[in-house]
Structures are given as structure tokens and as C-alpha cells.
Design a protein around this ligand. Structure first.
Ligand code: UDP
Ligand code: MN
Length: 324
């Protein structure tokens, strides 16, 4: 009897040991690493991508975590502020090329709403078709610039930017403002993706350098102890805000709480559009410097060369009609 028990015990012993070792290994296996977030993480990570760390093949799937070192899901992220880009645009041979470059940039930015405002008496077919295929949340507006303002030396796109502002105020007027940031994106400038990361955290009004503007390689706000104290510019340094249209962003809340702030025609001198607008909504002391205390150029005031159409026939010669 004893020997039977002994022999059974020795047959079972290795199996018991194997089970104990396996359980021990299982609980000691290190937790899989957290998935790394993409480069534009602060706001693109967790949207469309994995919200929680992946647990590929890890133990305890579908079970309670076994020990305290197991990673907990991160707390929910705050809502991503929408970036509203107001772009005035007008018909010319390079228009579709400019809009194509711009859409290719905007398509890479999370939660961006494009407000495209045509300087025209009606929405054009070219822009309507373009926007329909652009794959971007967008609003298509139009307003013509009165002929008397279509002169060299006068500010451009005043009415179009105001139409964009009016649309924003109307859309958000009746509800508590969703988090949002507005900026003015001319159709011919060049925008780095990092710029959108910077402007997304605008609380009231943020500013940054602009390249290739004002007759210099760049213009920039001068920053001391985190505050704007002046302007590095080669042109009309007496401007209250010596900054290009591409050099600032405004929170939606500020736009809504200053319902009368618009771009003015009357009394506005050339190059004063930005200052005239900004002084209605903020002060220099209040500005939030971005782009590493305004030491990085993330947007360029590029201008497209006028296209040479010297050999374009007077009358249509081709067998097909092609949109360019
Ligand atoms: N624009 C417009 N109507 C015009 C001229 C310009 O809507 O008659 C738009 C243009 O498409 C651009 C912005 O206004 O988005 C600024 O114009 P532009 O780039 O010619 O000005 P600059 O480069 O001199 O600041
Ligand atoms: Mn331009």
C-alpha cells in the first residue's frame, strides 16, 4: 500500500513542479511597454490611434490585473481644440496650385476646419469642386471686394476675413464656446506642421516669428521673461503690433467675447491691418509667445511668381477644355 502511494507521488511530483514553475513565470513576465506616441502626439495621439497601451499577447487579457505594476489606462484626454483656418482666395492662374499645396498641409493636421472665402460675387465651380475632393472639414464662403478697394497699395482680403469671422460668430454664438483657435492662412504662404501644434494651445492671443517678410529674412516678437516686449522688424517699427497676418492666432472665446472686432477699411493705413485688428482684442503685454519664445520660424510669407502666359493662345485651340 505504502509503495503504491509512493510510486503515485513520484509520478505526480514532476507535473506539480512544472505547473508551479509555469505559474511563477507567468506572473513575473514584465508588462509590455506602452506604445510610443507619434511625433505630433499632444493632440494627434489617441485619436484614430490606440487610446490605451496595446497588450499584445500579454497575460491576463480579459482578466483582472495580477499585480500593482500593471499599467492602468491613462485618464481621458481633454477635448482637442479645433483650429479654424480662414483663407481668402481669388481667381488667378495659380489659384488651384496654391489651394492644392494648402490642402496637402491641412490634411495632415488633426481637427482643422478650413474656412475658404472666395473674393468673388459667387462661389466658383473650380473652388467648389476642389473643396468637395479635398477631404477636409470645410466651409465655402464668398464675398466680392468692392471695385474701389481693388487698387495697389490698399489692404487685400479685408471683406473676406470679416466674412470668415462673421461665420464663426454665427455658428458659435448661441452656445458655450467649444475650445477653438482661429488663424488667418493666406493661400500662398508656407506652413510647417509644427506651427499647428504651437497655435493649438493658444489661450487668448498667441504670436510667433514669420519668415521672408517685411523686407527681411524674418520678423519676430522680442521676448523677455516669457513676455513680448517689442518687435524685430525692418518696416514701420512704430506699428503697435509689428506682425504679419501669418504671425498670430486667436482663441475662439476671444473672438466671441469681442463681437465687434473686425478688419476695417476706413482709416486703415497700409500694413496696419494686423495692428488695427489686434488692438481691438488684446494688449502687447497679454500676448503668448510661441515657437520657443519666438526664436523659431515655422511659417513663411512666400509669394508665388506671376506665371508667364506669353504663349497662351487668344482663343481656345485645344480639343478639350482642361481646368488648371
Ligand atoms: N486676396 C484676395 N483678393 C485679392 C487679393 C488677394 O482674396 O484681390 C487673398 C489672397 O488669395 C491671399 C490674401 O488675400 O490669401 C493675401 O493676398 P496676397 O497674398 O496677394 O498678399 P501679400 O502676399 O502681399 O500679403
Ligand atoms: Mn501672400
Amino acid at each position: 500500500m505504502k509503495s503504491v502511494l509512493f510510486s503515485r507521488f513520484f509520478i505526480l511530483l514532476p507535473w506539480i513542479l512544472i505547473v508551479i514553475i509555469m505559474l511563477d513565470v507567468d506572473t513575473r513576465r514584465p508588462a509590455p511597454p506602452l506604445t510610443s506616441r507619434p511625433y505630433f502626439a499632444p493632440y494627434s495621439g489617441g485619436r484614430g490611434g490606440a487610446r490605451f497601451p496595446l497588450r499584445r499577447g500579454g497575460p491576463g487579457r480579459g482578466r483582472e490585473p495580477r499585480n500593482e505594476s500593471w499599467p492602468r489606462p491613462p485618464p481621458p484626454e481633454p477635448p482637442l481644440p479645433t483650429i479654424y483656418a480662414i483663407t481668402p482666395t481669388y481667381s488667378r492662374p495659380v489659384q488651384k496650385a496654391e489651394l492644392t499645396r494648402l490642402a496637402n498641409t491641412f490634411r495632415q493636421v488633426a481637427q482643422l476646419h478650413w474656412i475658404l472665402v472666395e473674393d468673388a460675387a459667387a462661389r466658383s465651380e473650380l473652388v467648389s469642386r476642389f473643396l468637395a475632393r479635398a477631404g477636409l472639414p470645410s466651409t465655402h464662403l464668398h464675398v466680392p471686394t468692392p471695385r474701389r478697394y481693388k487698387r495697389p497699395g490698399l489692404p487685400r482680403a479685408t471683406e473676406q476675413r470679416n466674412a470668415g469671422l462673421a461665420w464663426l460668430r454665427q455658428r458659435h454664438g448661441h452656445q458655450r464656446a467649444q475650445p477653438g483657435v482661429l488663424f488667418f492662412a493666406d493661400d500662398d504662404n508656407t506652413y510647417s506642421l509644427e506651427l499647428f501644434q504651437e497655435m493649438r494651445t493658444t489661450r487668448k492671443v498667441s504670436v510667433w516669428p514669420v519668415g521672408l517678410v517685411g523686407g527681411r529674412r524674418y520678423e519676430r516678437p522680442l521676448v523677455e521673461n516669457g513676455k513680448v516686449v517689442g518687435w524685430y522688424t525692418g518696416w514701420r517699427a512704430d506699428r503697435p503690433f509689428a506682425i504679419d497676418m501669418a504671425g498670430f492666432a486667436v482663441s475662439l472665446q476671444v473672438i466671441l467675447s469681442n463681437p465687434k472686432a473686425v478688419f476695417k477699411r476706413r482709416g486703415s493705413q497700409p500694413g496696419m491691418q494686423e495692428s488695427d485688428f489686434l488692438r481691438q482684442i488684446t494688449t502687447v503685454e497679454e500676448l503668448e509667445p510661441k515657437a520657443n519664445n519666438c526664436t523659431k520660424v515655422l511659417v513663411w510669407h512666400t509669394r508665388t511668381e506671376k506665371v508667364n502666359l506669353a504663349n497662351e493662345p487668344k482663343y481656345h485651340l485645344d480639343t478639350v477644355t482642361i481646368e488648371v
